[in-house]
Design a protein around this ligand. Sequence first.
Ligand code: GLA
Length: 381
Amino acid sequence: MDNTLVRNSFQKYFSTSGDLYFSPGRINLIGEHTDYNGGFVLPGAIDKGILAEIKPNGKDIVRAYSVDLDEYAEFGLEESDKPAQSWACYIFGVVREIIKRGGKVGGFDTAFAGDVPLGAGLSSSAALESTFAFALNDLYGLGIDKFELAKIGQATEHNYCGVKCGIMDQFASIFGKAGHLIRLDCRSLEYEYVPFDPKGYKLVLIDSVVKHELASSAYNRRRESCEAVVAAIQKHHPEVSLLRDADMAMLAEVKNEVSAEDYMRAEYVIEEIQRLLDACDALEKGDYKTVGEKMYGTHHGMSKLYEVSCEELDYLNDVARECGVTGSRVMGGGFGGCTINLVPEEKYDHFIETAVKGFTAKFGKEPKVYPVAISDGARKL
Ligand code: GLA
């Protein structure tokens, strides 16, 4: 992304120049709401993200300017200094989480901007956290390893932004590699780069432009449902500490001990963990038809069992199927945002045209289309 705006803003506010850092947003091919259940995910970093110019200022304050919002914030480094602006809390949280881990960081000046659309399920917040975690680690020579940087971003969400998210988004933003998806086992944190270059297909996101910003409480409730089911299963099978350890037979055993809603949530997660493994096997064989079927399976589960889809996303999924798209599903946390679509090249133009026209006619607003380029993770420019 062009750095002129960030450079000019930094110069204007702070009359000097600093170093530039970038971290990307992410896609996830399959494996949704599995991360906090100890399952697998298959994300990749994208070519859109957050760019920040940063320079230590020798004081005990952070002075931050958001170019996109044209807002300025100033805050200290102590726990009681939490800023009022929600965007500034991401930066504050990262600083606090580093300090809590014994990292010595001082105040700094920063101006930042992004080209990853906000609230579209592409993890703009993880991109923001990763940019600052990566940059502060580098600028202050803290020697924090990459996993811990991702965990600092995740802890920021938990402790300063109210979202009890898993590790996927921050992990993908830090570890991303061009042309590769990353299969991450969210329990052991073992991961593997999987080359992804589906010949004859295009990967494209269609943004329903339904913002999922207010979804954090619904997201946290999903997580609580999963924990409630684990607690019930544990009474019969003490070795089960995450839904990853459970199977459908164990779930069936507790059918009368959990709410019908919690049951459906767990059913989705257990199936989704298996779906991802099946999709990975199919990927290895270049069998994109099966990968695509699994993606449709994920959408169905997210819509009917986990209930994190919405009318607009279901519509986009239906249109994909009608247009012969190989795989399509709502991506990320849900409640709005994008569908991810694996489209045969020869059907691409027709699909995009049909989806955009039909969606606009039905919902009175135009969906956005983002072709995906799988790119590198956090870096200094
Ligand atoms: C959000 C969270 C992730 C993950 C996804 C759903 O993006 O931040 O940790 O749970 O939702 O897969």
